[in-house]
Design a protein around this ligand. Sequence first.
Ligand code: UD1
Ligand code: CA
Length: 438
Amino acid sequence: MNAQTGGRPLAVLLLAAGKGTRLGLGDAAPPKVMLECLGVPLIEHVRRALEPLGATRSVVVTGHAAEQVEAWAEKAWPDAITTRQIPQNGTGQAVRIALEAIPDFEGDVLVVYGDVPQLRTDDLQRLLDGRHGEDALAGVLTGEIEDPGWLGRIVRTPSGAFERIVEARDATDNELAIREFNTGIYVFDAAALRTAVVDLPTDNDQGEEYATDAVGRIASVAGVLANDPLALMGVNDFVELADATRALRTRVLEAHMRAGVHIVDPESTFIEVDVEIAPTARVLPFTHIGKGCRIGAGAEVGPFARLRGNTVLEDGAVLGNFVEAKNAHVGKGAKAKHLTYLGDAEVGPKANVGCGVVTANYDGKRKHKTVIGPEASIGSGTILVAPVEVGPGAVTGANAVIRAGHDVPPGTTAVGVPARVLPKQDGEAQEERSSEPA
Ligand code: UD1
Ligand code: CA
């Protein structure tokens, strides 16, 4: 049970069977809902908007490239039921098939599409509340824009009550002039919906069963206007994917900035979802930070840096220009300021990684780890062939090639190609050092 739906249990039906014909990718392509947006598929953004509603049942309707959507659901949404709609014969049929997967469910049923990544929880909440407020058996989430194009229009009575949805292709000129459109997001009383999806007509342009016809059969329907109609536009082609990505990116950047992160130039900064950045950290222009990265207080990234795959920067760590890090853990106050690749690497606190250092983490078959100890100093141009470890306080000379398995012992200096460890002698380590710590 949850308070958000007037105490009634909630089920969500997520329609994701469509191919995405307008992407122009052909039959072998991944389904539209699996296109990536800020590090996760489009459909994952929808799942995240649904999550706070606390639905007791969730059904995902798959169809085109069903296996790929099912594989995503299994990992990201293990509580959801997936059901296939093959072939896809319309949104009404999809709703009916989804309902058949939860035959005993009673309560409210929310219907959403998988290709609406900008969907917000508060618009869904408005729909649930608005429909309960009007005591209607169904609610339609609507938007208002200058020209809704090919979208279905909302026809209202002179007193402003919801009357019906008319598809653009079936609309008169007067109806086409209506600015209020159907987002395709609905809430229904489960019992009313079950009756409404039986024997839907197919005598329309596309010969399909329309969800809009099910809405038309329900006695009382509330039309609930969303706050942000642009956020309810589905993604149908790569231009719309770019638009949606830009809008979501702005949301992510603004959330970080409001939480105290200094992002110098949001226009040129890309931060994917699930990134944690502590207040007082600085992100300089032209920087890309991938899903799952963590950046500590006072740390600095960029300009022109790329952080991938769960990279962690502890407090005060610095990754400068043209540095790429992947699955790297950079300790407190450690620095890599120029032209460096840190892949599968652990960099100890206060270590300094000079210019042009490369962790050679891949042997053509497998990835290996590089460990750089606390306060170690890696000379410019050093190649660290993993697996390898440079001990605490150790130094590598400029252009040294440290071979896999040839660890550099703590406090020693290694130079040359392939690198040899110099006998310990005072001052020597200092001479071999090649890049400045700041
Ligand atoms: C639908 C609405 C229209 C609304 C618009 C908003 C109908 C008849 N029309 O039109 O009023 O303005 O959405 O975007 O519903 N899908 C399935 N199985 C199917 C068909 C579609 O799962 O058999 C899924 C698609 O993957 C897609 C969504 O449902 O995510 C919408 O389908 P689409 O065919 O694009 O409907 P529209 O023509 O956009
Ligand atoms: Ca559509």
